[in-house]
Design a protein around this ligand. Structure first.
Ligand SMILES: [Zn+2]
Length: 272
């Protein structure tokens, strides 16, 4: 008997949205890093909601081009739309890959606007030494949680646009190489190599963080931005190390798949 490792949450347009058990680990990590059960869970829900909308955008583009999506999975390392039939043309893959980050960046702009629409007036405070001073004047402060959600989506959009195959930016790179006349296998080889370069770089950064090199966000940054930065580097770079490993391993897997696909189409005359 197989023990189920994921369970269905709900369906969107008939496509099941499944949560992997590792989502529980993600929640624990967030509660631990945020240091508060309620805010940690609230942040986890906003993160998962943002990832879900990102994946739904990929899904909508895939379906529009005649692809088939069997389910959307939420996991420790973000989300993933399981596409069982890919749209045929390289430019389809390009648009499909861009749809997710485009959605995240639009949400970022929306929530950034909302965070200022729901801003509050708070007393202006100075800190001199260990003491706080106020003179009765006020300052406009953006809504923290709406601001955090905006930064989260901004980060999600920008991070995914990096050309680290198999992330979205890497898929854009691969399809661009194909459109420039490379075969799918050659384009995948280049995209995977670039992706593994990123993986090595991130692994090196996270090892530095694990060795105790300080990765503190500058004080001058907005609070919401510092919050996101600390989440990525807060666990001593462990999260980044996991991302590096995932990029490395899934790049190798995707390359093997592209080679196998090319081999089948040579044997069966492109009917694969
Ligand atoms: Zn994506």
């Amino acid at each position: 008997m197989q023990i189920p490792t994921s369970f269905e949450l709900f369906r969107v347009f008939g496509i099941p949205v499944r949560a992997h058990l590792s989502v529980g680990l993600l929640m624990l990590y967030l509660v631990f890093t945020v240091g508060n059960l309620f805010y940690g869970l609230m942040f986890a829900l906003m993160l998962l909601g943002s990832i879900l909308l990102h994946e739904l955008s990929h899904t909508a583009a895939a379906v529009a081009f005649g692809g088939h999506v069997c389910d959307i999975r939420l996991q420790l390392m973000g989300g993933c739309a399981m596409i069982t039939r890919m749209p045929p043309k390289p430019w389809h893959e390009c648009v499909m890959a861009l749809a997710g980050p485009a959605c995240s960046l639009l949400l970022a702009a929306l929530f950034w606007g909302l965070s200022w629409a729901f801003a509050t007036e708070e007393p202006r405070v100075w800190r001199i030494g260990g003491n706080y001073f106020t003179d009765g004047s006020t300052v406009t402060v953006q809504n923290f949680w709406l601001g955090v959600t905006a930064m989260l989506n901004f980060g999600l959009g920008c991070f995914n646009l990096l050309p680290a195959y198999p992330m979205d930016g890497g898929r854009v790179l691969r399809s661009a190489l194909q459109m420039a006349g490379r075969t799918k296998v050659a384009a995948t080889e280049i995209a995977v190599t670039v992706g593994q370069g990123f993986a090595v770089l991130w692994a090196a950064v996270s090892v530095l963080a694990l060795l105790g090199v300080s990765m503190q966000a500058p004080e001058a940054w907005p609070e919401a931005l510092r919050f996101g930065w600390d989440l990525l580097f807060g666990g001593g770079g462990l999260l980044l190390l996991a991302v590096a490993y995932m990029i490395w391993a899934s790049g190798r897997r995707e390359l093997a798949f592209a080679r196998q696909e090319a081999l089948y189409s040579r044997i069966y005359g492109g009917r694969s």
